[in-house]
Ligand binder design. Structure first.
Ligand SMILES: CC(=O)CC(=O)SCCNC(=O)CCNC(=O)[C@H](O)C(C)(C)COP(=O)(O)OP(=O)(O)OC[C@H]1O[C@@H](n2cnc3c(N)ncnc32)[C@H](O)[C@@H]1OP(=O)(O)O
Ligand SMILES: NC(=O)C1=CN([C@@H]2O[C@H](COP(=O)(O)OP(=O)(O)OC[C@H]3O[C@@H](n4cnc5c(N)ncnc54)[C@H](O)[C@@H]3O)[C@@H](O)[C@H]2O)C=CC1
Length: 257
């Protein structure tokens, strides 16, 4: 799908991978609907994207009403919705039992609600709008890009909830692509390794240090958000990507810690 004149909703757009994706899609000519809990940080997008092609929506991907309002606003403001990029996420970690205390169920529920249910909430509501688009080349009406994680396959100590949520994103990719293929909507997930964002800055320093020094093959550094954004753009522009999860991780294989 050519990006010029298209409309994309990007979740988690206030920070990191979502911020870079929003900027990258806008630079290629798309209008952006940004959805994030963090209204203040999201406002930084105004310095990167011209106001006539930017709509900021404060809200949670896990709330039906918030996402419904954002996709409605996209169509009201820009006339259609062609692209959804799911980047909103959290990485709260705890061991299954730590010092005799079981993993807090509230933490489990939060991670699943945002990373997995939130992703599907955006998919279903955005796809419902995409089905109303006029078909383009090959009958294409829309593209959905999700963010999984290498932790879906190789979760470290403490990552039960996070890994389960990201494995869920990988699991839904094929059936959702099958559901939407007759309507000309593609679905692709990206499984990043370790990227230099606020999420990783919030982890204990040994975590990123040991991944870069021992688990990444080459290049031995964190990924840059722009490298993620470049893949998002490629997925949108290349109609032959569908129903798959693409690793973007410099060959990383994570060990237990
Ligand atoms: C974001 C993505 O999508 C990509 C990724 O997933 S990248 C991988 C991210 N990995 C994580 O987030 C790991 C999550 N786990 C943790 O943060 C911690 O294991 C935890 C907070 C849950 C428990 O930490 P803890 O209570 O210190 O556990 P404990 O077993 O006592 O730790 C023993 C030692 O191992 C270290 N350690 C624990 N987990 C570690 C890890 N994953 N890497 C390196 N060192 C680790 C601890 O810092 C501690 O070191 P010191 O003795 O020097 O203090
Ligand atoms: N940084 C990394 O190494 C990796 C990140 N990922 C995934 O990439 C995605 C983006 O992560 P980063 O940019 O690194 O993190 P980040 O912490 O920099 O950005 C995440 C954004 O999501 C927003 N958010 C959190 N909960 C939300 C909710 N309920 N509704 C709407 N917005 C919400 C936050 O406010 C924040 O702006 C996440 O899904 C993360 O799990 C996956 C693999 C590696």
């Amino acid at each position: 799908m050519k990006l010029e004149g298209k409309v994309a909703i990007v979740t988690g757009a206030a920070s990191g991978l979502g911020f870079a994706s929003a900027c990258g899609l806008a630079a290629a000519g798309a209008s952006i609907v940004a959805l994030d809990l963090d209204e203040a940080r999201m406002a930084r997008l105004r310095e990167q994207i011209e106001p006539s092609r930017l709509l900021l929506c404060a809200g949670s991907v896990a709330e039906e009403a918030h996402v419904a309002a954002a996709v409605d606003a996209a169509v009201a403001r820009f006339g259609a919705l062609h692209i959804a990029v799911n980047c909103a996420g959290v990485a709260d970690a705890a061991k299954t039992v730590s010092k005799g205390e079981p993993f807090p169920l509230a933490t489990w529920n939060k991670v699943i609600a945002i990373n997995l249910t939130g992703t599907f909430n955006v998919i279903r509501l955005a796809a419902a709008k995409m089905l109303g688009n006029d078909p383009g080349d090959d009958g294409e009406r829309g593209v959905i890009v999700n963010t999984a994680s290498g932790a879906a396959w190789q979760g470290q100590v403490g990552q039960a909830a996070y890994s389960a949520s990201k494995a869920g994103v990988i699991g839904l990719t094929l059936p959702v692509a099958r559901d939407l293929a007759p309507h000309g909507v593609r679905v692709v997930s990206i499984a990043p390794g370790l990227f230099d964002t606020a999420m990783v800055a919030g982890m204990p320093e040994q975590v990123s240090k040991s991944i870069i020094e021992r688990m990444v093959l080459f290049p031995a550094r964190m990924g840059r958000a722009e490298e993620f954004a470049a893949l998002v753009r490629t997925i949108v522009e290349n109609a032959y990507f569908n129903a798959t999860t693409i690793s973007l991780d410099a060959g990383a294989r994570m060990s237990a810690r």
